[in-house]
Write a protein that binds this ligand. Structure first.
Ligand SMILES: [Fe+2]
Ligand SMILES: [Fe+2]
Length: 424
């Protein structure tokens, strides 16, 4: 799945339509919560919004009454989550790319507006893909651990749909209808990331921009109405199948719940072992074996970590600063400075800390860092004569997040007159 995702990022692939058909066959047999009568879609959206609001209020009340976080047991868990969703977030909006070709037809303008907002209208401050990438960079999490194939499925679907909007128009409309309804897990994620000192601007932004009153959720509904107007029941049936594509692969709450701190730590160490097994002097010994011997033997990490604990290098369920091992890996003068990246250090930290209630993390207001950012917006470099097709091609996949793609986005908006509120 990862190779399909990466190939689609590069551009159209020969077998994509057949692959999409196959995914739709999987989706077709799933249940959905859409009304049988499409005229009831506005009520359905209202009910969805109301239900999410009620469940969110209940969540907040439980938290006020002392309930623990529902999603993230610790900060490592939250960073792990960001890695898991990164392939999807890296192509935010991609399923709508092909709508751009229809820019002369007003019935498509709602979906095109949604797509342009995902791209921040070509402003790097507001481009969703860039906002997520900056979040990972600030956290020192640009480097991803290996992910399960399922994590690439939604991203691959989005890229594939975006490349075949014409053939799969009803399915794209349905997919968009599902993706743009703000779910409960988005609200919980936003709350708990901020609580763990992680700037949740990216998530907060989606709470507002996808809102049902005037945001992407509403545009998704009105676009359906515009485009399904003269169509029969078969069209709506296909919309429903596209909607169900959202349910293929992991659902967020169970994906979040599958995290296991110790397993993640051992796996991270196993990967490090490959590089570290020849880096230590033979004077470094632990329980009678050299560190190189420990690291050279696959599957020995649980015993290695146990030995660290037995020999007093690690004191669990206490402030990690009290562990000798922590001072070896953390800080600019630490002997192993730079060996572990930010995510791996957080795994160590939270595993050592265990039941120890650390110092309260300062809640980070979403957007704190994004506001501090001063980016220079460049004037479009595309000559006025560039044809719209060239601009559209420069906005495909996640290329719209490059300097060239941002310029193309602004030039596209100028060339087509599809600016929002006359602000450009
Ligand atoms: Fe987005
Ligand atoms: Fe959106």
């Amino acid at each position: 799945m990862e190779s399909r995702y990466r190939a689609l990022l590069e551009g159209p692939q020969a077998n994509t339509e057949a692959w999409l058909e196959e995914q739709l066959r999987h989706a077709r047999v799933l249940p959905d919560d859409l009304p049988d009568d499409p005229r009831k879609l506005p009520q359905w959206a209202d009910e969805h919004t109301r239900r999410v609001a009620n469940e969110h209020a209940l969540y907040l009340q439980q938290r006020r009454e002392g309930a623990p976080r529902r999603y993230f047991t610790n900060r490592a868990h939250a960073l792990w989550f960001l890695h898991q969703v990164a392939p999807t977030k890296a192509v935010d909006g991609a399923w709508l790319h092909g709508m751009l070709w229809q820019w002369q037809d007003p019935r498509f303008h709602g979906l095109i507006r949604t797509f342009l907002e995902e791209l921040g209208d070509g402003d790097p401050h507001c481009n969703h893909v860039l906002i997520f990438q900056r979040l990972l960079s600030r956290l020192g999490c640009r480097q991803s651990p290996p992910l399960e194939p399922a994590r690439y499925l939604q991203g691959a679907l989005q890229l594939a749909l975006g490349q075949h909007c014409e053939r799969f128009l009803p399915e794209v409309i349905g997919y968009n209808l599902g993706y743009e309804q703000p779910p409960l897990h988005l609200l919980i994620t936003t709350h708990e990331l901020a609580e763990l000192g992680i700037d949740a601007h990216y998530f907060q932004l989606h709470v507002t921009i996808d809102n049902a009153a005037s945001g992407h959720a509403n545009l998704a509904l009105s676009s359906f109405a515009d485009l399904a107007q003269d169509e029969g029941p078969a069209f709506y049936e296909r919309v429903r199948h596209g909607y169900r594509l959202n349910d293929l692969g992991d659902d967020t709450p169970s994906m979040v719940a599958s995290f296991d701190l110790q397993t993640e730590l051992f796996e991270a160490l196993e990967r490090k072992g490959l590089y570290g097994q020849c880096m230590h002097s033979d004077r470094c010994r632990l329980s009678g074996r050299t560190i190189n011997e420990w690291l050279a033997e696959p599957g020995s990490m649980p015993a290695f970590v146990q030995a660290l604990e037995d020999q007093g290098w690690v004191k669990r369920n206490a402030d990690p600063k009290e562990s000798r091992f922590w001072s070896v890996i953390e800080g600019p003068t630490a002997p192993m400075f730079g060996v572990f990246d930010a995510y791996e250090k957080q795994l160590w930290y939270d595993w050592i800390a265990g039941t120890w209630q650390g110092p309260a993390v300062r809640r980070v207001p979403p957007g704190q860092w994004e506001r501090a950012l001063q980016l220079q917006t460049q004037p479009p470099i595309f000559p006025r004569t560039t044809d719209v097709d060239t601009l559209i091609r420069a906005m495909a996949g996640n290329r719209h997040a490059s300097q060239q793609g941002l310029n193309a986005t602004r030039a596209f908006i100028q060339a087509t007159g599809l600016m929002h509120g006359g602000l450009l």
